[in-house]
Write a protein that binds this ligand. Structure first.
Ligand code: ATP
Ligand code: MG
Length: 201
């Protein structure tokens, strides 16, 4: 059977691509607890983190969640993950700063919250931690980025940590293994659509 020039070129490209991918896969031969940062103004930071939590649970791992800004308590993810036997879910923050309007209380809340995270960072039975909206107490100065990074460094070697929130500090991105910045191209809210169950909460 004759194959066309176009098909021939396609096959060559596919073979080249396969060898490049295979080499890259062969080079990545280490296991390690990862520090993942999901930042930027686009939607999808927390939901991506909870997607990883679902993956981890699917593999029989145990997951710890710490929410640093208590936006709302009626989200689908909270209802779902709280019902999972292998999840510990901590709400460690109150509302956004502009809602609580009490800096002394915010600082105390953040520091007590971090003590709870420190316990999880000492627990090798927790395979994945989600530190949701942690960037806010860091940027507001309620938590010291340097000491947070030092605590993260001493965690069990195979424990993964996912941190979400806008404007992640540079030092946090430098320390992370994987950093994704979600870009806000468009959001339905700005066109007047209220937060929708299953998509936004
Ligand atoms: P999600 O929880 O949907 O993954 P996120 O964690 O990336 O969002 P947050 O800043 O934590 O973003 O905001 C949480 C809520 O605000 C969600 O309901 C989300 O849909 C909405 N939201 C996120 N980004 C935007 C945006 N750029 N404009 C308006 N609303 C947004
Ligand atoms: Mg979020």
């Amino acid at each position: 059977m004759n194959i066309s020039d176009q098909e021939q070129r396609y096959l060559q490209r596919a073979r080249r691509m396969k060898s490049v991918v295979d080499e890259a896969i062969a080079r990545a031969d280490r296991d390690q607890g990862l520090l993942v940062v999901l930042t930027g103004n686009g939607k999808g930071k927390s939901t991506s983190a909870f997607g990883m939590a679902a993956r981890a649970l699917g593999h029989g791992m145990h997951v710890g969640v710490a929410q640093f800004i208590k936006g709302r308590s009626d989200t689908g993810e909270e209802a779902f993950f709280r019902a999972q036997p292998h999840v510990v879910w901590h709400v460690l923050g109150e509302g956004y700063t502009w809602e609580t309007q009490n800096p002394v209380r915010d600082a105390g809340t953040a520091q007590r919250g971090w003590a709870v995270v420190q316990d999880m960072l000492r627990n090798p039975a927790l395979g994945l931690l989600v530190l949701d909206e942690l960037t806010y107490p860091l940027n507001d100065g309620w938590l010291d980025t340097k000491s947070v990074l030092a605590d993260l460094q001493t965690r069990p070697p195979l424990q993964h940590v996912v941190i979400t929130g806008r404007a992640a500090p540079q030092a946090l991105c430098d320390a992370a293994d994987t950093v994704t910045e979600l870009r806000d191209v468009k959001h339905a809210f700005r066109a007047g659509v209220r937060a929708q169950l299953g998509v936004d909460l």
